[in-house]
Ligand binder design. Structure first.
Ligand SMILES: [Zn+2]
Ligand SMILES: [Zn+2]
Length: 207
């Protein structure tokens, strides 16, 4: 089970006008809505998985309801997303990497949003993340140490699966079609405790 990857959503609360942050594990969002409750007690809305998307259903600063559907590749792979109401265009807040969201909440919006440009090949990265997420949702990613606790780190051209208990790392290329095709053939990723290896090598016996 992948448990160590976090996302933060920061939303302006219509009740207290403050910005409330909510941090959750990337793979903890299910079809059961995650309620986003502000520290003032006001329920801002919810986040849930909806087939291949994530649905954010929240109240904007003026109390108007906004529903945003985010494709999961974007939800997983984008360091910072500027959330705005599809109807009014009004800014609702931010979603992304906890450190990035923290930065923008403290410093105000950056001039440029780093999105697809962050990746060597955004399409391949999106697909690789989708494949990994599918595997994770079926409990097909684990480490053989006693307390398998797998997180995912995303780099411009590769992804690293890291066991936060034993430090084991598996690097997965995510910049070429070959990388994607290779990963698509994998039925399960079992990490050896405390070793580092390339998935390409790891796959050799299977091909
Ligand atoms: Zn509030
Ligand atoms: Zn481990």
């Amino acid at each position: 089970m992948i448990v160590n990857s976090e996302r933060t959503i920061a939303l302006t609360c219509p009740a207290c006008q403050g910005i409330q942050k909510h941090t959750f594990s990337l793979f903890s969002i299910s079809h059961k809505p995650l309620q986003l409750v502000c520290s003032c007690g006001f329920s801002q809305g919810h986040l849930r998985r909806l087939n291949r998307h994530f649905e954010l259903d929240v109240l904007g600063i003026e109390g108007e309801r906004a529903r945003i559907l985010l494709p999961r590749g974007r939800f997983f792979g984008t360091p910072l997303i500027n959330l705005s109401s599809p109807l009014s265009g009004q800014s609702l807040g931010y979603l992304g990497d906890p450190a990035r969201v923290q930065e923008v909440v403290l410093d105000g919006p950056p001039e440029f949003f780093l999105e697809s440009d962050d990746f060597a090949n955004p399409d391949i990265m999106r697909k690789v993340l989708e494949i990994l997420e599918d595997l994770a949702s079926q409990d097909k990613i684990r480490c053989e140490c006693e307390h398998s606790s797998i997180g995912i780190d995303v780099y411009p051209d590769q992804v690293e699966l890291v066991c936060s208990y034993c430090g084991s790392v598996v690097k997965i290329g995510a910049s070429t079609r070959q990388h994607q095709e290779r990963l698509a053939r994998v039925a399960e990723i079992v990490m050896e405790p405390c070793t580092s290896q390339f998935l390409g090598e790891w796959l050799k016996p299977l091909t």
